[in-house]
Design a protein around this ligand. Structure first.
Ligand SMILES: [Zn+2]
Ligand SMILES: [Zn+2]
Length: 245
């Protein structure tokens, strides 16, 4: 059975890799015969990724970079193994290094997030990795026809999205989760700087990408996720409006 993917034109494709705690993405540039990863998942994804690579006749070193939206375990679980297999550079915002290392000083109410991260790291025998190339907000990365770094802090301080101008598409990380039954912001205890969330939401609203692809979703359909994001923003703003000053 062929792997599920989205073809944006003859040469650019997105392959979702679904695991225990969400989905990460392999972006294929078929003309250059290379790929990049956005995030690396947690558990159960590696055989799927290996199968996809065989299907598209790429090898591990054809993955040229590993872009991280942020350093939570469900995005970095396979990072050490993938870096070893591919030799690719790891790109993340410098504020994410303590999250990647599992040393971020979570304060209440996000202490629970710290406990979950610590337990997960022990359970999955997590190995940390150093960032090779610190992401700079608004920088254009030379992958997949060009990806712009969109700094979207709130969930974490260095949380970033990646925007393809070519396809008017934003990979939005954990800015929100998009499911048919519920589209929501990350639960409050998972956000280490919630005071920055509002501006990040408005930033995406202003960017107005045609397609949005988060990491936690049902169905790989960037138009539907964009519609759900708009609905989420509407109800979010309505609630804000109602709140007494
Ligand atoms: Zn997260
Ligand atoms: Zn996540």
């Amino acid at each position: 059975m062929m792997s599920n993917c989205i073809s944006l034109d003859a040469s650019f494709r997105i392959y979702p890799i679904r695991g225990l705690a969400g989905t990460f993405h392999l972006l294929l540039d078929a003309v250059r015969r290379e790929a990049v990863l956005i995030d690396t998942g947690l558990f159960g994804e590696m055989p799927q990724l290996g199968r996809i690579l065989r299907e598209i006749r790429l090898t591990w070193p054809d993955i040229k970079a590993i872009l991280l939206t942020h350093g939570h375990l469900d995005h970095t679980g396979n990072l050490a193994r993938l870096k070893e297999l591919t030799g690719a550079s790891v790109l993340a915002h410098p504020l994410e290094q303590p999250h990647i290392d599992g040393t971020f000083p979570y304060k209440s109410p996000s202490r629970l997030c710290g406990v979950m991260e610590a337990v997960g790291r022990t359970l999955f025998r997590y190995q940390t990795v150093s960032i090779d190339q610190p992401l700079v907000p608004d920088a254009e990365l030379p992958y997949w026809g060009g990806l712009r770094v969109i700094h979207l802090p709130g969930h974490t301080g260095g949380h970033c999205g990646f925007y393809s101008k070519r396809f008017n598409l934003l990979f939005s990380g954990d800015l929100f989760a998009s499911y048919g039954f519920s589209t929501h912001l990350p639960p409050f205890f998972l956000n280490s700087c919630p005071e920055k969330m509002e501006a990040s939401l408005h930033r995406v609203k202003a960017l107005a990408p045609h397609y949005i692809i988060p990491n936690h979703y049902s169905g790989l359909d960037g138009e539907i996720h964009h519609k759900r994001f708009d609905c989420l923003m509407e109800s979010h703003l309505r609630l804000r409006h109602r709140q007494p000053l």
